[in-house]
Design a binder for this molecule. Structure first.
Ligand code: FES
Length: 224
């Protein structure tokens, strides 16, 4: 019996009609599309990608995203991560379009947090989130934190506290800190620390990042 025929026969024998081969394929699809949320001390919202990715691709498909309050359309292969889609395939703004390169790709495997964005108010590693999954949700990057030319308090305090060294991990820290305080402006130091748990820096200024977020929390509390 030819190899191909053997495989067909084996699949046909599965009593449930759901072959092992099909099961493994399904697992692969589910694994590839699982967005990894960060640890969150402030208990932010939900990611919940609702857009079915089954049957899409492999060629580029048109997707609609809402990024920093703007609705945009772009064509990407379904395998493209949110990080790559925004960094490499999108410019935002009509008069003077800008690249969205604030979120950084460092580990590209969901362990460092440099690529952190918010989806629906919750922080996620955008390097492990597919762009097609982010449709229908509010996506916020570090570029979307400033309002009317005014930096977010977390951004201002990072500058004031000298909370960055090379700056590569900084956008991820700032997004995590801002997400925490937007959800819970009176977050305690421990809650902020837990919100930053999913972000790693190797230069030894972790405490300054924590201090910056804590000072931003004091300011945000004072404004309310
Ligand atoms: S680049 Fe995404 S977690 Fe490191």
């Amino acid at each position: 019996m030819k190899k191909k025929d053997k495989r067909r026969t084996a699949e046909a024998k599965e009593p449930s009609g759901f072959s092992r081969r099909r099961f493994i394929q399904t697992l692969g699809l589910a694994g590839a599309s699982a967005a990894i949320p960060l640890t969150q001390g402030c208990g932010t919202g939900e990611v919940g990608p609702e857009i079915p990715s089954e049957g899409l691709g492999p060629a580029a498909v048109e997707i609609s995203l809402k990024v920093n309050g703007q609705n945009v359309k772009l064509a990407v292969e379904p395998r493209v991560t949110l990080l790559d889609a925004l960094r490499d395939h999108l410019k935002l703004g009509s008069a003077d379009p800008v690249d969205l390169t604030g979120s950084k790709r460092v580990c590209d495997r969901g362990s460092c947090g440099a690529c952190t964005m918010m989806i629906g108010g919750r922080t996620v590693y955008s390097c492990t989130t597919l762009a097609v999954e982010a449709q229908g949700k509010d996506i916020k990057t570090v570029e979307g934190l400033a309002k009317d030319g005014q930096l977010h308090p977390v951004q201002e305090e990072f500058i004031a506290c000298d909370g960055l060294m090379c700056g590569f991990c900084t956008p991820g820290f700032i997004v995590s800190g801002a997400a925490c305080l937007e959800k819970k402006p009176n977050a305690t130091r421990d809650e902020i620390r837990r919100a930053l748990d999913g972000n790693i820096r190797r230069c030894g200024t972790q405490n300054r990042a924590l201090e910056a977020c804590e000072k931003a929390a004091w300011r945000m509390k004072g404004r309310r």
